[in-house]
Design a protein around this ligand. Structure first.
Ligand SMILES: [Zn+2]
Length: 428
């Protein structure tokens, strides 16, 4: 059967990518990596391209904030290979699937919500202030860029954000934290379980269950848990939890203003005595006989697997690439197609590329195929280090060589421009 190619978010590659070729060859220490990245970011723009750098980030950037990465240090996939994520079409179609999703999300939210941006996010803010970076494209849904640099560089959140829910009928967005309070009100036993789990430190431990401390017991009567891991998507898995008891609220707008279908059918949102969304007692049908979707269902404002990225976001990301002369890839293996194709776009535009990532990156041999590993970094950089090790000192270095920032008033490169020959002696 011929595959139909659609721009949907697919399950990323779970294979281990080949180990990287470090460029420049000597950039295996933090100091050398910083010097190379400094040469990269301050080099004169390639012919005909703008001088600024666009940054593309992934899950590894948030590891220093206490969030999990999808991959371990050697690039192996951490998420259990038997784990099957919830697809968008399943979420839309099934009340039971939504209960499971929101139950897991309810348990994971506290950990995510109390986590803060780290030095890497603030380094990007500083690179913006110095004039080197105008936009950041992130695959992360944790809103850390949004929090760390609200005034710039501008952020394109390629896969959406967890800080809001969005109605699948009317498109209204709601604050996720307020939604959490509603979930707690509708699910008191789950709320008590969550309080116990947090108090017992279940979310903070990654210890082997056979060697850890005493297991927390919940008042909700759920099974003993330890070492609950919050995924980068903000959910947790508690095997055996009675997801089917979970309740979630509807879209308030659709509840008070029932949506009307094209053929004039009014879709009533039904709720139980406490205001939780309920399956409509009668499944509505249109004149043509097709089943009407459940109205007023909220979903997280993230792109779920099998869901397409909006044209507006896709274009904003492409625009961010096209208005820069260089691409800096941070803490991502580019395993998702939507991110990989942006790097490919940069390559096709002749933009020099720098990658800072632990473990291999999808297609990097192609990105760096024509790169001389003796050049000092102005044509491209590949280093294998955590971003919080190299970005703060990179900002310091750029401050040192150009305290006033990258560009003079007429927009040309200012004092920050570095003669790549400066780094030649580091090759020996
Ligand atoms: Zn709505």
């Amino acid at each position: 059967m011929a595959a139909v190619r659609k721009p949907l978010l697919r399950i990323p590659y779970t294979d281990v990518f080949a180990a990287p070729r470090i460029v420049p060859r000597y950039a295996t220490t933090p100091a050398a990596a910083v010097a190379s990245l400094s040469a990269f970011i301050t080099a004169p723009p390639p012919r005909g391209l703008p001088s600024s750098t666009v940054v593309l980030t992934g899950a590894g950037l948030s590891v220093a904030s206490g969030l999990a990465d999808y991959r371990g240090e050697n690039g192996t996939y951490r998420v259990n290979k038997t784990f099957r994520p919830i697809y968008f079409h399943e979420f839309l179609a099934s009340h039971e699937v939504r209960k499971r999703y929101w139950a897991r999300s309810f348990l994971g939210w506290t950990t995510l919500h109390k986590a803060l941006p780290n030095t890497s996010h603030y380094a990007l803010r500083d690179l913006g202030r110095l004039g080197y970076v105008r936009s950041v494209i992130t695959q992360n849904v944790d809103s850390f860029h949004h929090v760390a640099h609200p005034d710039g560089p501008s952020t394109v959140e390629l896969h959406g954000y967890l800080r809001a829910t969005v109605c699948t009928t009317c498109g209204n967005e709601y604050d996720r934290d307020t939604f959490q309070n509603e979930l707690a009100r509708l699910n008191p036993a789950w709320a008590a379980f969550l309080v116990d789990a947090i108090a017992s430190g279940a979310f903070e431990s990654e210890d082997d269950p056979t060697t850890g401390g005493p297991a927390p017991r919940s008042r909700a009567g759920l099974s003993a848990i330890r070492g609950i891991r919050t995924n980068p998507d903000g959910d947790v898995d508690v095997p055996g939890a009675p997801y089917t008891t979970f309740r979630y609220p509807p879209c308030e707008h659709c509840l008070t203003n029932p949506p009307v279908t094209e053929d004039g059918t009014k879709l009533m949102v039904e709720v139980d005595q406490d205001g939780a969304w309920q399956l409509p007692r009668q499944v509505s049908t249109t004149d043509s006989g097709t089943k009407v979707k459940c109205p007023g269902v909220l979903k997280p404002a993230v792109i779920m697997f099998g869901e397409s990225i909006s044209q507006a976001v896709k274009h904003a990301a492409e625009e961010a690439v096209d208005s820069a002369g260089r691409l800096l890839v941070l803490a991502t293996s580019l395993a998702t197609y939507s991110a990989w194709r942006l790097a490919k776009r940069a390559k096709d535009r002749g933009m020099p590329i720098a990658i800072v990532n632990m473990g291999g990156v999808r297609g990097e041999d192609v990105f760096f195929a024509d790169l001389d590993d003796q050049q000092p970094g102005n044509e491209g950089v590949r280093v294998e280090m955590p971003t919080d090790v190299v970005l703060p000192p990179l900002v310091e270095e750029l401050h040192r060589i150009a305290p006033g920032g990258a560009y003079s008033k007429d927009g040309a490169l200012g004092a920050g421009q570095v003669d790549p020959a400066l780094f030649r002696d580091m090759l020996s």
